[in-house]
Design a protein. Structure first.
Length: 108
């Protein structure tokens, strides 16, 4: 899937997701360091990419407000980057870009 990781998203997870075959562009690689959440969401939408974030509340608010987007996946920070990437990969399996908003939490 085409993904767009915001500035705060864990880079080691980005690397693991790429190993799973996801095309992940980071805000830093796109020259968007310091961009607001609404700017990140709009940029990802313009590129047909779903947003990856640890900033659940702000992006869920933008979703509820009707902002255009190609999907938002928020994930809790986890120091086990490969396990988090695996949970994200499993969650994304079978999804197409669309106006969905999903949370991926750490297991209990």
């Amino acid at each position: 899937m085409l993904l767009y990781a915001d500035e705060d998203f864990s880079y080691p997870v980005v690397e693991e997701l790429r190993k799973f075959g996801h095309d992940v562009l980071t805000a830093q690689d796109d020259g968007r360091k310091g961009a607001s959440d609404s700017e990140i969401l709009a940029r990802a939408y313009s590129l047909g990419r779903s947003v990856l974030t640890h900033n659940r509340r702000h992006f869920e608010r933008l979703h509820r407000q009707g902002s255009l987007h190609s999907g938002i996946l928020s994930a809790k920070h986890d120091s086990n980057f490969s396990q988090l990437a695996g949970r994200i990969h499993t969650t994304l399996a079978g999804l197409l870009p669309g106006r969905w908003c999903i949370r991926v939490n750490r297991p209990p």
